[in-house]
Design a protein around this ligand. Structure first.
Ligand SMILES: C[S@@+](CC[C@H](N)C(=O)[O-])C[C@H]1O[C@@H](n2cnc3c(N)ncnc32)[C@H](O)[C@@H]1O
Length: 211
């Protein structure tokens, strides 16, 4: 069954807020996707959402805007902003070259500034750890929306499915990024094996619902 939509006026408000907050930030989440992430927080009535892989904050701030609209909850922004984590597992040589040269600290600083500039800091908690470490700080069944956008290697993306599935509440939403990459296919197959239902397919990102 498809997910519901918020009313047109609410959708317009969320989109305007995302449009004002994220285009100038480092990263990849588009305004269309960011607006939908904010909507999904509302639709799921999320008390807690999570972004695995924050970078400059485009996705995290979009999720935070959803909590702001609800007047409740928080997004956990999980990212170590650390070169070794970006190079873990097997990725393409171009990918490793790009991440190997990146100033991770500068991206972290830009994210913290963006939280303040967008006014979304009250709706966000920053956890500067790898996803495999941060998972120990989160109670089982306590998340309603999770955006998986960290290291896209097969090893890390598949491990995250195993580690974070218990943290997602029943009927919780798992949003997978770069679903058209070869390296994310195993993680997606695992989601389906675990009984997740594909509820939205945006080609380069998908929304799955936990049973
Ligand atoms: C593709 S970027 C995230 C883009 C961002 N979500 C956006 O909306 O533009 C990937 C991020 O994952 C982070 N990362 C790498 N390994 C990670 C891990 N094991 N756990 C969490 N984050 C990780 C990197 O530091 C990087 O900031």
């Amino acid at each position: 069954m498809p997910l519901p939509e918020p009313s047109p006026p609410i959708r317009a408000i969320l989109r305007a807020r995302v449009e004002a907050a994220i285009p100038a930030l480092h990263g990849w989440t588009s305004v269309d996707k960011g607006a939908r992430l904010a909507e999904l927080v509302l639709i799921a009535g999320a008390e807690r959402s999570v972004e695995l892989g924050v970078f400059g904050g485009r996705g995290t701030i979009s999720l935070a805007i959803g909590h702001e609209a609800r007047g409740e909850g928080q997004v956990l922004a999980i990212d170590p902003w650390e070169k070794a984590a970006s190079l873990e597992g097997e990725n393409s040589p171009e990918n490793d070259d790009w991440w190997g040269k990146l100033d991770h600290e500068a991206i972290y600083v830009s994210f913290v500034q963006a939280l303040d500039a967008s006014g979304t800091r009250p709706w966000c908690r920053v956890v500067r750890l790898r996803s495999a470490q941060a998972v120990a700080e989160v109670a089982d069944g306590s998340i309603q929306v999770l955006h998986q956008d960290s290291n896209h290697s097969e090893a890390v993306s598949t491990a995250e499915v195993e580690q974070w599935t218990p943290k997602l509440a029943p009927r919780g939403l798992w949003i997978a990024d770069d679903t058209d990459w070869v390296t994310t296919q195993r993680a997606q197959r695992r989601l389906v094996e675990l009984g997740y239902e594909l509820v939205e397919d945006h080609t380069s990102w998908r929304v799955y619902r936990k049973p």
